[in-house]
Design a binder for this molecule. Structure first.
Ligand code: NAD
Length: 343
């Protein structure tokens, strides 16, 4: 039997998840939650969804009475992850929410508490944990294949505008531009893309950072970046002595990971985007065939739910909370210019 998943929020990434659900062994797309009647109709037709499994944001709580939905997968703008996670939990549904888990650590805590209270599982859409190239660099780092990693670089950024284009102005209150809106996104590229760098440093080293420093980058498009940073660079110190230098940006392109260990190195580029990921180590080329990342993530998470096993710590709410705490420390370090310690 397959788990019945309802996608909540039908934007760009929901499309990729719908493809993943089509390819999945243990899940199926069973319903949708959307504020747009036209999208509801289009998805209903494309995926042959029963009309009783189509919800909008007002009647969503009625999903509590629908035995044909097991999991709500939240793919909304970041600030809506919390209210919809809590509503889904209160409706008795397991929850998968997209990264970043929420816009504040306090919100993450409220989400974890709501899911615990309702007795439902909570997972964060950390697809990299189920991707074979990332799993290989986790192994190389954590098992010290080239000795202990001493230094790590991770960067993920996209050039999101063209200054030469006079029409390239945005209204940050436009719903499609929520990523530029502080209260909706929680922050800029650090929240959206930097979370992958934080994850990569943590999963290569298998350690938690103890202190961070950070610097905001220059703003080249002042109209666009009134609320969130355009670029940010930060450093993380790890208890074993390793240092990580990371960057994320909406103003320039970067997608790389480099780890220097005592007896060698490993690197990926593309490293942290959607892949396919390629790279090399001091021992040779890293060439692992790509997979459907959404399907493999969904299948792994579904099996924990089906088998009534707790979601493991590296993909559950506590992991999402850890990353948001680190991100909050990085913002504090960039604002104060000082070192921020993590306990
Ligand atoms: P998007 O803007 O394409 O889609 C957001 C959807 O939310 C839209 O359909 C929009 O109509 C809907 N929405 C409902 N209420 C809204 C409101 N008040 N304001 C704005 N939109 C509203 O965004 P996306 O790229 O699909 O990102 C959605 C989530 O998925 C984000 O949390 C993002 O970080 C995450 N994401 C994850 C990955 C990944 O690889 N895991 C990739 C992309 C995005």
């Amino acid at each position: 039997p397959k788990l019945n998943v309802a996608l909540c929020g039908l934007g760009n990434y929901a499309r990729m998840l719908a493809e993943g659900l089509q390819a999945s062994q243990y899940c199926r797309l069973a319903g949708v939650v959307t504020g747009h009647a036209d999208k509801a109709a289009a998805w209903q037709q494309q995926y042959q969804l029963p009309p009783q499994n189509i919800y909008n944001y007002n009647n969503f709580d009625g999903i509590a009475h629908n035995p044909n939905i097991d999991v709500v997968y939240i793919v909304l703008p970041n600030f809506l992850h919390k209210p919809f996670t809590i509503r889904a939990a209160q409706a008795g549904k397991h929850v998968i929410t997209e990264k970043p888990m929420a816009t504040t650590a306090a919100d993450c805590e409220a989400m974890i508490a709501a899911c615990n209270k309702a007795g439902v599982q909570l997972a964060v859409g950390y697809r990299m944990h189920f991707e074979p190239t990332q799993q290989e660099i986790m192994r190389l780092g954590q098992q010290k294949a080239f000795g202990p990693v001493r230094y790590l670089e991770a960067g993920l950024g996209y050039k999101t505008y063209n200054l030469a284009d006079a029409n390239d102005m945005v209204d940050i209150n436009d719903d499609t531009q929520w990523r530029l809106h502080k209260t909706k996104a929680g922050g800029g590229p650090l929240m959206d893309l930097g979370v992958y760098c934080v994850q990569a440093a943590r999963y290569v080293l298998g350690e938690e950072p103890v202190a961070v420093t950070a610097q905001f980058g220059p703003v080249h498009h002042a109209q666009r970046f009134t609320q969130v940073e355009e670029s940010i660079t930060w450093q993380m110190q790890f208890p074993g002595g390793a240092a990580a230098n990371c960057t994320s940006s909406y103003g320039f392109n970067i997608d790389k990971l480099y780890a220097s260990a005592d007896d060698g190195y490993f690197e990926l580029s593309p490293a942290l985007s959607h892949g396919p990921f390629t790279g090399k180590t001091s021992a040779g080329i890293l060439n692992i065939p790509p997979i459907n990342q959404q399907a493999s993530q969904l299948d792994a998470m579904a099996q924990y739910i089906i088998n009534k096993q707790p979601m493991p710590a590296h993909i559950n709410g506590s992991e999402g909370l850890r990353d948001i705490r680190i991100i909050e420390a990085i913002y504090k370090a960039a604002q104060t210019g000082g070192v921020v310690k993590l306990v």
